[in-house]
Design a protein around this ligand. Structure first.
Ligand SMILES: [Zn+2]
Length: 208
C-alpha cells in the first residue's frame, strides 16, 4: 500500500486511541504524529522516501567519494612521483570504483549503526533499539521481517521503552496499533495487495 495511505491510517489510529482515553487536542496531535511515524516505519525496508529522509543521501556520498577519488588521482599525478604517485593513483581509482557501492540501503545501515552508537553513548535503550530496527530493516528484503509478527513484537519493545522515557498516556498503544495498522493494510484481503505479507516469518514463508 501507498505510503500516504499508511500515514493517514496511522494518524487515524493515534486519534482513535486519544479519543478512547478522552485526551485534549494538543495531546491528541502528539499521538497523531506518533501514529503516523509508527504507520510508516515498516516500509523502512524499501529503498524509498522515508529511508532517504533518515539516512544521508547516498547520491551525495557517491558524489563526495567520486570527487575525492578524482582529486587524489590528480594530486598524485601532478604532485607526487615514484611510489607515492602509484599509491595515490591506485587510491583514486579505488575510490572511483567503490563510489557506486554506496547505495541507499548501505547508507540506511550506516545510519542505523550510528543511532545504535549514539543510543549506547547516551544510555538510552529506546534509541539504540530504534537504531537496531533501522539497521535490521536495511538488511532484510522488502515486506519480510518488518512486516511480520516478529517485527511487530520488536517494535512493541521499542514502544515500551519510548513510553518509559516519555511517559505519555496512550503513547504505547498508539505506536503498537499504528504499526499493526500498516501490516493489516498490506495484507492480501485488502484489494490491490497481490503479494500480501509474510506475517509468520521465519516459521512460514506464506503470504497472508
Ligand atoms: Zn509496507
Amino acid at each position: 500500500m501507498d505510503g500516504k495511505l499508511h500515514a493517514v491510517i496511522g494518524a487515524g489510529t493515534g486519534v482513535a486511541v486519544a479519543q478512547s482515553i478522552g485526551m485534549e487536542p494538543v495531546e491528541t496531535a502528539v499521538l497523531m504524529g506518533a501514529g503516523i511515524i509508527a504507520g510508516l516505519v515498516p516500509d523502512l525496508d524499501t529503498a524509498g522516501k522515508l529511508a532517504n529522509k533518515i539516512s544521508l543521501s547516498h547520491k551525495m556520498i557517491q558524489g563526495f567519494v567520486r570527487t575525492t577519488g578524482i582529486l587524489a588521482g590528480a594530486y598524485a599525478w601532478f604532485g607526487l612521483s615514484g611510489y607515492a604517485m602509484y599509491i595515490g593513483l591506485a587510491l583514486g581509482i579505488f575510490l572511483l570504483l567503490i563510489a557506486p557501492k554506496f547505495s541507499q540501503k548501505l547508507m540506511l545501515l550506516i545510519s542505523g549503526v550510528a543511532v545504535i552508537a549514539a543510543g549506547l553513548a547516551m544510555s538510552e535503550i529506546w534509541v539504540w533499539l530504534s537504531g537496531s530496527y533501522v539497521a535490521g530493516a536495511a538488511l532484510v528484503a522488502h515486506r519480510s521481517y518488518t512486516h511480520s509478527i516478529i517485527g511487530l513484537i520488536f517494535f512493541a519493545i521499542i514502544a515500551f521503552y519510548v513510553n518509559e522515557r516519555f511517559a505519555m498516556e496512550g503513547l504505547f498503544w498508539t505506536l503498537v496499533l499504528g504499526y499493526a495498522s500498516h501490516l493489516l493494510a498490506d495484507m492480501r484481503f485488502i484489494p490491490g495487495n497481490k503479494r500480501g505479507i509474510k506475517l509468520f516469518l521465519p516459521f512460514s514463508q506464506k503470504g497472508v
